[in-house]
Design a protein around this ligand. Sequence first.
Ligand code: HEC
Ligand code: HEC
Length: 338
Amino acid sequence: MMLFQKLVKRLLALVMTMLILMLVVFFGIIYYDGEETLQDEIIIDWDPETLVLNNPLAPKEVKEGYLLLSASSQYMGPLNKESKQRYSGNNLSCTNCHLNGGTMSGAASWIGIVDRFPQFGGRANKEGSLIDRINGCMERSMNGKAFPEDATQMKAMIAYMKWLDKGIPKLNSKNFKGYPKIEAPSFAVDMEKGRSIYTIECIVCHGQNGEGIRYNDTKKGYQYPPLWGSDTYNDGAGMNRVLTAAAFIKNNMPYLQASWENPKLTDEEAYHVAGYINSFPRPKKENKKMDYPDKKLKPVSTPYGPWTDNFSAKQHKYGPFPPIIDYYQKNFGLKKIK
Ligand code: HEC
Ligand code: HEC
């Protein structure tokens, strides 16, 4: 009898322990989810060697995707030995604009990007996939050509973007999509102010003629990417719009001195310098007339026509933008920010 009682006691103890364990696991999961939001507050340095390239937990395809995105010229551009592998037309890398491997908030981060597509895009006036969106940057920012839908490179780039959401710690204080918007000034770009800001804040890295600085190793692209001239984004790219470029610049440049939390330039300074860098010649995109089939959806600072308004080409390029923004608000009920 004693033995039986002991057994029952032990069994009870066992059941209790299991119950406690289950509760611990259950609340653990809930608490862990809460932890993830807390992790958003943690800032960890971007170190692609440990986080991606030498990370045993990162699949091979993810590493390949990262190389395509961060050393684009060698892996899919002019520096690739095989002409068939050349899709991008300049020596930029995707990560020259999508900083820190696409994890930087305030620099059109790729964190959460897979869940944001398919998405309506005015440029094509239809619901577009993530593949379409990447090809948009291929044809414009990279001044190259689109990948076929089923290209292994496309799959690898998207595998990397997907992996960002679970494979690495949150690297920024906020998961900010796009760019934090700037206030469009009530005046046009002042070229003299732009030039002077460029000389003080940008010239050391991007050069006297916006040509950037290449790596000593000729097998590699740019250490400091070019802003104008023949080897950079073309005139159909988002960065060629003054308001878009100003938003990028304010939150990210000068490099390592400015961030979204802690910008260096004011909205106005970013605006003048954006107008200045976009005043120089750059590669031309063909068929831009076909962009935005519904012309009223064209961002106000798109510098090429046709438009559905009577503002001059000069005003669409250099502002002032508030009158154009008001026009679309009044006539079409559209709230435009760029
Ligand atoms: C300390 C060097 C440095 C300074 C100063 C600097 N940049 Fe940059 N800039 C960079 C680097 C490096 C990148 C690419 C970032 C990367 O690949 O992680 C970049 C990228 C850019 C890009 C996007 C890529 C491209 O080629 O178009 C623009 C636009 C840009 N910078 C504009 C500016 C402007 C305007 C200023 C002055 C307000 C400025 N930068 C100051 C180093 C610098
Ligand atoms: C010269 C700068 C530049 C380069 C280089 C560049 N992009 Fe972009 N990208 C942009 C801009 C500007 C946007 C629009 C950001 C905005 O207005 O919110 C954008 C948007 C995107 C988006 C959509 C982001 C979102 O939140 O909706 C994706 C995805 C993307 N780019 C991928 C790429 C890939 C992949 C490459 C290389 C093949 C690349 N980009 C090269 C400037 C660039």
